[in-house]
Structure formats: C-alpha cells, structure tokens
Design a binder for this molecule. Structure first.
Ligand SMILES: [Zn+2]
Length: 287
C-alpha cells in the first residue's frame, strides 16, 4: 500500500534524519529501490518526473506497477509515490492515477498565481490524504548548456507558502539539478537557517542531491532538511555499470545479451547508490 509522505517526513524532521526521494524510470529502477529500502528497513519516496511518467506510458501505468510491486515483493516499509516538479495539469493527473504525494512546481508563475494554485491543491490533497510539496524560488540546473550557480529563496516567501498548508517545502539554497560545476559555491546554510527559523516544523526538501558533499548533507539535515532528492546519481551509476559490462564483452559471452543479465549490473549499481544514501541520510531502521 502507498502512503502519503507527510507522516514519514514529520517523523524524520523530529528525529533529525532525512528520507530519500529516488526517481524511477522503469521496472528495474523501481525494483532496485524498493528492495534496498526494505532490506534497510527505511521509509522511501519514489519520485516520478512528468517526463519519466510519459516514458512509462503514463501515470496510471506507474501507479499500477508500483502498487503491484509492493504487494508481490512483500514490501512492508512505508512507500510514497510522488510526482516530481509537477505542472498544474500533471498534479491532477497523478491525483487521479492514485499517487500518494505530489509536488506542485509553481515557481515559474508570478507569486500571486503560485499562491492561488497551491491553495487550491492544498484543499484537494487534504481531502484525499495526499501530501503536497511546494517550491519557492527556483532550483537551477543545466539549461541550454549553461549551468546556473543555484539561487537562494527568500525566507519570507517560504513562510508565506508554508502557511498555505503544504506538507513540505523545497527552497533553493544554492543547490542545482544534475552535476555541480567545479566552481560551485556550496549550499547557503545561512539561507537554510533563516528559512527553517521562519517555517518551524515544516519538513524542508533538498533537490539536486547528486554530488553535494556528505558533510554538507549532514549539516543541511541538522538545519531542518528532511527529504533529499536523488536522481542523477542513480543514472550515472546505472550507466557506468552497464558500459563496463558491454566493454568487457560480457553481452557476447553465452546468453549475456539476455536483458535480465544485461541490465543486472546497472540494477545492482542503483542498489549500491541507494544503500549509501540511506546510510548517509540516517533513515535506516526508521520504517
Ligand atoms: Zn528537483
């Protein structure tokens, strides 16, 4: 059964650890993440971007697959199925498809429109027991080949959005999506601290978890981050393991071309990445 992310994140915030959101792309991804979370007795959030949803033929397919896998694999740890960076329409599609958590990314709207749409979704989600994440400011990343440095959100705007009744808040603190540039300045703990002071018990979300040094992750958790999104790192681990298998010619030995063999090293690499993150975030044995 899927659960909302609300309770697991409130527990995480109170217990000073973070729950990982690991984005899924297909069956292998989902299976690896669920298996690892279960082995480590950790709550977990499966993230689905709109692009990944489309790739998997639609949000209904995703929800049906995840629910069935939880049952067939006897998964007993709390699992939330979460829309990552949802558009307004995408949010409604996921609510209808049976997701247990959504992120409405209204950061590109003028603040008034972001507030109005977020308010509306707060009502809908509350009625259905779905958790809702909002974003303030924008979390940068590579756009048209240019990697931004990562903006910092305005703490007062964060407080205003938090007060609308969302369950978790993503705010830019110098973090970006994808790989970090060599001259990256690091996270702004000053901004994070100011946001946390104004938003109190609200679980804060750190996007772009790939490549942030472990000590910065730990400090961010100390300052109120209770959900950390990991996406690129699993992709890099999968690609590297798959490339090694093919470069070693293993796909040409025996039945090494069998997709169940060909994709196995990548799936193992995802598990290893998820295991490391669960250790670092401190969510093992918190299910
Ligand atoms: Zn993000």
């Amino acid at each position: 059964m899927l659960v909302s992310a609300k309770e697991m994140l409130e527990k995480a915030k109170a217990g000073h650890y973070a729950v990982g959101q690991f984005n899924i792309n297909n069956l292998e991804w989902t299976k690896s993440i669920l298996q690892t979370a279960q082995e480590m007795n950790s709550p977990v959030i499966l993230g689905v971007s709109e692009g990944a949803g489309k790739y998997m033929t639609g949000f209904k397919t995703v929800a049906a697959m995840v629910k069935a896998m939880i049952e067939e694999m006897n998964i007993t740890v709390p699992v939330a199925l979460h829309l990552d960076h949802g558009t307004y329409d995408g949010c409604y599609k996921c609510i209808e498809a049976g997701f247990s958590s959504i992120m409405f990314d209204g950061s590109h709207y003028p603040i008034d429109e972001n507030v109005a749409k977020t308010k509306e979704l707060v009502e809908v989600c509350r009625e259905k027991g779905i958790s809702l994440e909002a974003e303030v400011g924008s979390i940068g990343g590579e756009e048209d080949g240019v990697v931004g440095m990562g903006e910092c959100a305005d703490p007062k705007e964060c407080k205003m959005i938090a007060d609308l009744g969302v369950d978790m808040l993503a705010a830019g603190i110098g973090n970006i999506h994808g790989k970090y540039p060599a001259n990256w300045q690091g996270l702004s703990f000053e901004t994070l601290d100011a946001i946390q002071q104004l938003t109190g018990a609200m679980p804060l979300v750190l996007h772009g978890g790939t490549g942030i040094p472990a000590d910065m992750i730990k400090k961010a958790i100390d300052l109120g981050v209770s959900k950390i999104n990991v996406n690129t790192e699993c992709q890099l681990a999968f690609a590297e393991a798959t490339r090694k298998y093919i470069e070693e010619g293993k796909d040409q030995q025996g039945k090494g071309y069998d997709p169940r063999k060909l994709l196995a090293p990548g799936a193992e690499a995802i598990k290893e990445t998820v295991r490391e993150k669960i250790e670092l975030f401190g969510s093992a044995n918190k299910a």
